[in-house]
Design a protein around this ligand. Sequence first.
Ligand SMILES: [Fe+2]
Length: 488
Amino acid sequence: MVKFARRIFVKKVGWGAFGFSFFAHQPLIARMRKALFSANEDERVFFTTGFKISEVTESTAMVWTRLCRQEHPNPITHEREDKVFRHPVDFDDDQPISQMDGGVEPGPGFVRVKLYSDTGKIVSPWVQVYQRDDFTARIPLEGLQSGVTYRVELIAKATVDGPTTVEKATFTTPTPPQEAVPVLLTTSTCQYFWSFDEPERGFRTYDSMRRLEPDFFIQTGDYVYYDKPGPLAKDLGRARHKWRAMDAWPAIRDLYRQVPIYMLKDDHDLLKDDVHPASTPYGNLSYQEGLKLWYENVPIIGKPYRTFRRGKDLQIWLVEGREYRSPNDAPDGPGKTIWGKEQIAWFKQTVEESDATFKLLFTATPVVGPDRENKKDNHANKVYETEGNWLRQYLSSIDHLYVVNGDRHWQYVSKDEHTGLLEFGSGPISDYHAQGWDPDDKRPEHRFLRVKGGFLSIQVDRVEGKPFIRFTHRDVGGNPTHEEQFTA
Ligand SMILES: [Fe+2]
């Protein structure tokens, strides 16, 4: 991109026409360059909405970021209601987006990534960011080495010759699947901007996860809520505002400086409650726009369902629950699906090929439940009973496979009464977001129930050569609230 911009300069100025040495007249040249295409050279761009490192393999990784014109997000000026979710009071959805609480103005520029390790350096080309993508960039990294910790520099500038802004991070590539290595991951779900529980930093859960120093973090969907107030994201502009405001919380930015994130989508960060591909628009925001926005904000290339290995003892599947599903209100029966044929075939093939000791299926929505009787959106509901029954049966036939899910606003561990399949619901990011289940309604399938926020950490390791997996539910402060451990 830099080369391209410089070519434009050469063409406009016409080096040859001056008839003097370039090197003898550098100050003049510099002034002309400045006048020509760096009219606002004082303008800088910032990583105000952070960056995300994801999809880390032994040799590749993805970096996502957005360039921003303002160094800090807009201050929060609204009071909040004193009840669940903490909706803002008197929020004017029609005010300019640039003035909204938590808002960040993005802007054009160039970004590159430099990786440093003990054995060398990898430098990406400059990538230009455009308004059509809300000034975001997705930069694939290749040629990495297995089991190496990389120091990352993201470098941004508004113009070709403008001043640079640098952001730093670290990440470590996985070791080969034949090696038994300890793994620690964290997972959480359901984060609404206004449910923050730390006014300066955003969500305590993010700081608590960072203190555990996990190898990676899996966010199981509802990263933002288009259909919750402050504003209701009924068009592209307001929807983009929500992603920017969320990613600008310091607690979130700080986690991603040292922990890669893997993302799943769910209904509220795609369009609206219980969305499927045949859903009507949300205000002026269409399903297709919602889909475009999700990929705009997530460091991923290719299929939204994927699997990855971490050492001899762990393989993870991240499944897609929105893009391939039947309309929720279609009659239940064979052929009614959430996963879709292609994904089911992929899942069966990859899970049957796997020789990992423990297998974790991450799904945005529950497979076991229990869920409320009136819900019509997931495998634990009557409307998807046929595929749900098949899936629970199939998953329970695979040794040491566990389901981990988002979507539900309470923490739980449940065991399917018919198949014995175990499911771990992480609970929402914040206590202010906890609702939807009566804390006293502990059903026979519940091994644990807590209608509060926080996260789930999962550890895989060996003691005297014996692999174990440990699931620890935690409150927003990181304190354990429940633990389950299984040995292979
Ligand atoms: Fe949710």
